[in-house]
Design a protein around this ligand. Structure first.
Ligand code: TYD
Length: 163
């Protein structure tokens, strides 16, 4: 079962699955995501991951400000999200579903099917200074968000729950 807003990963804005508007008829399906409405941000950048090498992982970083929506427009992949306190794993394999991932969330993408195409809608232009590339630095940032909690406490409290 998907996490509720109260216990979802994401202390700035909770991660959540989004049902895309779908138009299906005898010719096939058309999926629509008006990101400013369902994601709450204006899309400034679009990129997609494809031809992912067998057993390769992507991501392994967090963002200070960036908001994103991930969609498996073809094939599937697993995305693990972690806000320094909680972790969840989502299997995305339906072009009718997106995953919103907000600021201050570490994400790992793995278990791509050979045909997977991961479409990503992003709220800001590419900016390397927005990245946390180091997990310990990310945890320090997550600690600073909530004040009193220490690095070790953040580590100790990170728990995993499969939706
Ligand atoms: P990165 O964000 O690390 O990819 P992933 O998280 O999917 O593993 O980006 C990989 C490389 O691509 C890195 O050199 C930065 C570059 N890049 C851009 O130039 N623009 C972009 O919009 C993105 C997402 C990455």
């Amino acid at each position: 079962m998907a996490a509720t807003a109260q216990n979802a990963v994401g202390r700035v804005k909770p991660c959540r699955l989004i049902d895309l508007e779908q138009h299906t008829d005898a010719r096939g399906s058309l999926s629509v995501l008006e990101a400013h409405r369902v994601g709450g941000f204006a899309v400034q950048r679009v990129y997609f991951l494809h031809d992912v090498a067998p057993r390769a992982s992507r991501g392994a970083h967090g963002h200070r400000s960036l908001e994103q929506i991930f969609i498996a427009v073809h094939g599937g992949f697993t995305i693990s999200v972690d806000d320094g306190f909680r972790r969840e794993r989502y299997r995305l394999d339906d072009p009718g579903t997106g995953l919103y991932v907000g600021p201050m969330v570490w994400r790992d993408l793995s278990d791509f099917t050979p045909d997977a195409v991961a479409l990503v809608l992003a709220s800001l232009p590419y900016d390397e200074t927005d990245y946390f590339r180091d997990y310990d630095a990310f945890l320090t940032g997550a600690r600073d968000l909530t004040g009193a909690q220490g690095l070790n406490s953040a580590r100790a409290h990170a728990t995993e729950a499969t939706p």
